[in-house]
Design a protein around this ligand. Structure first.
Ligand SMILES: [Ca+2]
Ligand SMILES: [Ca+2]
Length: 88
C-alpha cells in the first residue's frame, strides 16, 4: 500500500467535517492549519483557489488528490487514480 495515498484520503475525510465529500474553504483552512499553523487566511485562500480547479468554490476528492499528488508525491511514485470516488 502507498502510505501517502492513505494519508491523503485520511486527511481529506478528517477535514470534511460535514461529510459531503467536498472541502469548503473553511474545512480546507482547518486542514492546512493542521499542517502549518503559521499560514495566513490569504495563503489559505490562494491554496484553496489552486486546488479548486473547476472554481465551484469547493474541493472535491479528485481535485484534492490531483493537486496533492502534484505537490507531495515524487514523480517516480505510481499514480493510482481515485476511481472509488464517485463524481456527482
Ligand atoms: Ca465538506
Ligand atoms: Ca471544485
Amino acid at each position: 500500500m502507498n502510505e501517502k495515498k492513505i494519508s491523503s484520503i485520511d486527511g481529506f475525510l478528517k477535514a470534511d467535517t460535514d461529510k459531503d465529500f467536498k472541502l469548503s474553504k473553511e474545512e480546507f483552512g482547518v486542514l492546512l492549519k493542521d499542517i502549518d499553523s503559521t499560514l495566513t487566511a490569504y495563503e489559505i485562500t490562494v491554496a484553496f483557489n489552486k486546488f479548486d480547479t473547476n472554481k465551484n468554490n469547493s474541493i472535491d476528492y479528485s481535485e484534492f488528490y490531483a493537486k496533492l499528488y502534484a505537490i507531495v508525491v515524487p514523480p517516480t511514485a505510481v499514480y493510482v487514480p481515485p476511481t472509488v470516488i464517485k463524481e456527482e
